[in-house]
Design a protein around this ligand. Structure first.
Ligand SMILES: CC(=O)N[C@H]1[C@@H](OP(=O)(O)OP(=O)(O)OC[C@H]2O[C@@H](n3ccc(=O)[nH]c3=O)[C@H](O)[C@@H]2O)O[C@H](CO)[C@@H](O)[C@@H]1O[C@H](C)C(=O)N[C@@H](C)C(=O)N[C@H](CCC(=O)O)C(=O)O
Ligand SMILES: Nc1ncnc2c1ncn2[C@@H]1O[C@H](COP(=O)(O)OP(=O)(O)OP(=O)(O)O)[C@@H](O)[C@H]1O
Length: 529
């Protein structure tokens, strides 16, 4: 193959930031709101009355559950300096009222303006923050968090925003959304920009469809893969793909990383390259389609590929190659899909001008992501894998991923249940999948919610043939089920504990009980060691 090489010269060193404290006045929103707003100084915009302080403008929106306008009095009580509120009809646009002398201005179609408002207010504050945006059906959390961890190991002041919450070197706080809505996201990024100089952001398809990230400019944007999901929101796969591709067409991005090991990735690569954007493609497997992108027809000639991957008990020995460097590393992650995730993450760092040698060194120390194929246990113990997989497809992928790391003598155990009050059809299907891939099955409880755990377990068993039932144990106490699996397993075995991942509660009979599976498994393995 012929590769064209484009060498970058920019230094990877963090930029020196000047503290920007740009004074803000409501009048800055006059053009967007098409109304003359009072000249009132403020620091933050807040959608949630509970977060309001004496430097906030409260944005009162009608939501699906609540009407934010019912919280205006509370926001004013908490110190809001002004309120912008949803107008019920266009004739109300620009109407001013006061609540305890605080102006409340009604704006027609305010929710449609929220992204522009948020971007206008935070623009100057976040201008120096480098953003890495990751989208795709699966692997967003893993990739964005891998980049975040590697950047910390490379001595950068990094932050992460996504499904796990907002994370910096010393702190992790949960968030409601994968990608927060525009006003919350921009407020968060403004706070991050005061301390950090780079932020790895998971970009959900909902966020793209609703323009939650409007106004953001990225240093790197990355695509992991696309598969059947969220079609209730996007209609069909074309609609879903169209929403995802917005990140690469509608937003400024200095560089783009695309995983080719998914046909949608190849389609995206064609689109982005024809738009003459700078692209680095990644691939774990050689294929005819991929060679098309890796050879000289790729005008940018940048790639990252796997040349050798050997599965070991707790990860992969990998040899990787870019257009100009090669490296070997041990990747402490389970499952082939995590090789793809790591390639995407490493490619983002290559685009930030780190050398492959430095990236490989950092990746050897990157920790598994909380509750995503996270493994526990020492050498003399079975490997226990805690994974969030809670759908038939997720369970199958996780089981296949575990099988890849089994030795000939090893057996695969699975501990899982199904949630109550949700998709009942999946129960026997998950039973069938467990029977297909696992040597021993512990059927247990998940979030049974208002349903009977016994009946859910029975529904799971319906998918398992009488012959395979011999390898099934039903233990509805989740902790006991895990404990039984650990006691039954040998050092060479792998136990997949699927369904709860990073969650910290288990909902039984409508009550959410504190339950941290990761902590429990960690303790169990320490006691058993
Ligand atoms: C359907 C949807 O998108 N809902 C989002 C929306 O909620 P909402 O408009 O229904 O808000 P609401 O709860 O009715 O409240 C109305 C207003 O009153 C305010 N309020 C409410 C209570 C109070 O005491 N004080 C107060 O001021 C609220 O802040 C809000 O502005 O605005 C909220 C922020 O204000 C979001 O957190 C919320 O996302 C919910 C949690 C959600 O589940 N969204 C899903 C669809 C989503 O966005 N998912 C993707 C991930 C998809 C994936 O990849 O898996 C995501 O990026 O998270
Ligand atoms: N590249 C991938 N391809 C297929 N499956 C994957 C991939 N990466 C992770 N998974 C599986 O999907 C699960 C979720 O992974 P991750 O949290 O990284 O994805 P996500 O896109 O952020 O999804 P979510 O927003 O639901 O958290 C993992 O537990 C794993 O089983």
């Amino acid at each position: 193959m012929n590769y064209r090489i484009t060498k970058k010269t920019q230094s990877p060193l963090p930029r020196v930031r000047e503290e920007s404290q740009v004074p803000k006045s409501l009048t800055m929103l006059n053009d967007i709101c098409q109304v003359n707003l009072p000249s009132i100084a403020f620091e933050h915009l807040h959608l949630d009355s509970r977060k309001v302080n004496n430097q906030s403008v409260f944005i009162a929106l009608k939501g699906a559950q609540f009407d934010g306008r019912n919280f205006i009095a509370k926001a004013v009580q908490q110190g809001a300096v002004a309120v912008l509120a949803d107008a019920d009809e266009s004739s109300q646009h620009g109407v001013r009222q006061t609540v305890n002398s605080v102006p409340v201005i009604f704006i027609w179609r305010l929710s449609h303006l929220q992204a522009d408002i948020a971007a206008c207010v935070s623009q100057a504050d976040i201008a120096e923050l480098a953003l890495i945006g990751v989208t795709g059906t699966n692997g967003k959390t893993t990739v964005a968090n891998m980049v975040f961890q590697a950047l910390l190991l490379l001595d950068r002041d990094a932050a992460y925003v996504g499904t796990l919450g907002v994370q910096t070197k010393h702190k992790l706080q949960p968030l409601l959304n994968t990608t927060p809505v525009a006003i919350e996201l921009h407020d968060l990024l403004t706070a991050i920009a005061k301390q950090q100089d780079v932020c790895c952001l998971e970009v959900s398809s909902h966020a793209l469809a609703e323009q939650r990230i409007k106004g953001l400019a990225f240093q790197v944007t990355a695509f992991t893969n696309l598969s059947h999901d969220h079609l209730d929101f996007h209609g069909d796969m074309q609609g879903y793909f169209a929403a995802k591709t917005k990140l690469f067409s509608d937003y400024e991005s200095a560089d783009v990383v695309i995983n080719l090991d998914c046909s949608w990735g190849q389609k995206l690569a064609h689109q982005v390259m024809s738009g003459a954007k700078s692209v680095r493609v990644v691939s774990r497997v050689a294929s005819d389609e991929n060679s098309y992108f890796l050879n000289q027809t790729n005008p940018h000639g940048r790639y990252l590929i796997v040349t050798q991957a050997d599965a070991k008990a707790d990860g992969f020995e990998l040899s990787i190659s870019s257009e100009s460097e090669t490296a070997s590393l041990f990747l402490p992650f389970y499952g082939d899909f995590n090789i793809e995730n790591a390639l995407v993450a490493m490619a983002c760092l290559l685009e930030m001008n780190y050398s492959l040698a430095d990236i490989a060194k950092a990746f050897a120390q990157v920790k598994p992501i909380a509750g995503r194929m996270e493994h526990f246990g020492k050498n003399s113990q079975p490997n226990v894998i805690v994974d969030f997989a809670h759908t038939p497809d997720g369970l199958e992928k996780a089981l296949v991923a575990c099988r890849r790391h089994l030795t000939e003598q090893g057996q695969l155990f699975v501990v899982f249940g199904c949630g109550g009050d949700r998709d009942t059809d999946k129960r026997p299907v998950m039973g069938q999948i467990a029977a297909k891939y696992a040597d021993k099955i512990f059927v247990t409880n998940d979030n049974s919610r208002s349903e009977s755990p016994e009946l859910i377990a029975k529904a799971i068993l319906k998918g398992i043939s009488d012959q395979d039932k011999q390898k099934v144990v039903v233990e509805l106490d989740r902790k006991l089920a895990i404990q039984s699996a650990v006691q039954a397993a040998q050092a060479q075995d792998i136990i997949l504990v699927a369904g709860k991942g990073h969650e910290t509660t288990q909902e039984i009979a409508g009550i959410k009980h504190a339950y941290n599976e990761r902590e429990y498994v960690q303790q169990l393995m320490e006691q058993a060691a």
